[in-house]
Write a protein that binds this ligand. Structure first.
Ligand SMILES: C[S@@+](CC[C@H](N)C(=O)[O-])C[C@H]1O[C@@H](n2cnc3c(N)ncnc32)[C@H](O)[C@@H]1O
Length: 266
């Protein structure tokens, strides 16, 4: 039981966030394998859009001596945390191959990566169709000729229910709070709360999003000029839980809650 509520210290904020929601090594493995299958070569350069702390960009350069990465985010706070806590984990040579950019994902940059990722559903911040289309067009233009765009997406019968879901970890609890869902606009408001060492930290992250569907994203990527868009689904283990293996698929049964990938090929 929490003793009280308080403003969360910045370092704790990102430590708790990353240990609760991120699994970017699994994302990196998926990107490497799928890119090789789709393009017949290994990807070497990655732009992490909405990169926050740039944790993925830092791990990307550790995978291979020729890997380069760029992490793009508007907010200086997670960038500062990332530079102090992820960038410093790299040796000098690795650190020379990753760059943090405090900037807008809509801006034009002077590099053309093999891969652009927009993970943790961050592109849901673009609520209007024309804004998301504009972003997808810019990503397509930024990518190499055989580049690939990876996004994740979530859904299921539970995702519009106004409820708080608690996940317990060894030393803290993470709360995913669906505060509201507007059936007329698909606007959703989510909060992340944490409980750690007897303290409750409320509304540490706030997401005022549009909940897009897989079909809408597929059609928007096609409209943005991606030559092929592929949807994936996660396999199941013997207990009916997700097994972490994603395969290409076009038809599946809905369930309470799912997360999957959509991939656009230039
Ligand atoms: C949900 S967080 C995702 C952080 C990280 N990618 C992850 O997987 O955990 C969304 C991030 O997007 C950033 N952001 C929102 N709009 C942006 C934009 N137009 N350009 C760049 N970053 C943006 C925010 O500052 C925030 O750090």
């Amino acid at each position: 039981m929490a003793r009280g509520t308080s403003e969360i210290p910045v370092v704790l904020k990102y430590e708790l966030y990353e240990s609760s929601v991120q699994n970017h090594m699994a994302d990196i493995e998926f990107i490497e394998e799928e890119f090789k299958t789709l393009r017949g070569r290994k990807p070497r350069t990655l732009r992490e859009d909405f990169g926050g702390t740039g944790a993925m960009a830092c791990d990307w350069v550790k995978q291979h001596k020729d890997n380069l990465s760029w992490a793009v985010d508007l907010d200086p706070e997670p960038i500062k945390y990332g530079k102090e806590n992820h960038y410093t984990r790299l040796n000098k040579e690795e650190a020379g191959r990753v760059k943090y950019i405090q900037g807008n994902v809509l801006d034009k940059y002077d590099f053309d990566p093999d891969v652009v990722v927009a993970f943790n559903f961050s592109y849901f911040c673009f609520k209007r169709r024309e804004d998301l289309l504009k972003y997808f067009k810019k990503v397509r233009k930024a990518l190499k000729k055989d580049g690939v765009f990876f996004v994740d997406i979530f859904g299921g019968t539970e995702c519009y229910q106004e409820m708080v879901e608690e996940t317990e970890f060894d030393k803290h609890s993470y709360f995913w709070d669906c505060d509201s869902y507007n059936p007329l606009t698909n606007d959703v408001l989510y909060y992340i709360h944490f409980e750690s060492k007897g303290m409750k930290y409320e509304k540490v992250f706030v997401y005022d999003w549009r909940h897009w569907t897989v079909r809408e994203i597929t059609e928007l990527m096609e409209e943005a000029g991606f030559s092929k868009v592929i949807t994936y689904w996660e396999g199941e283990d013997d207990d009916g839980e997700g097994d972490g293996d994603f395969y290409q698929s076009k038809e599946e049964e809905n369930c309470e809650s799912w997360v999957t990938y959509i991939v656009g090929l230039v």
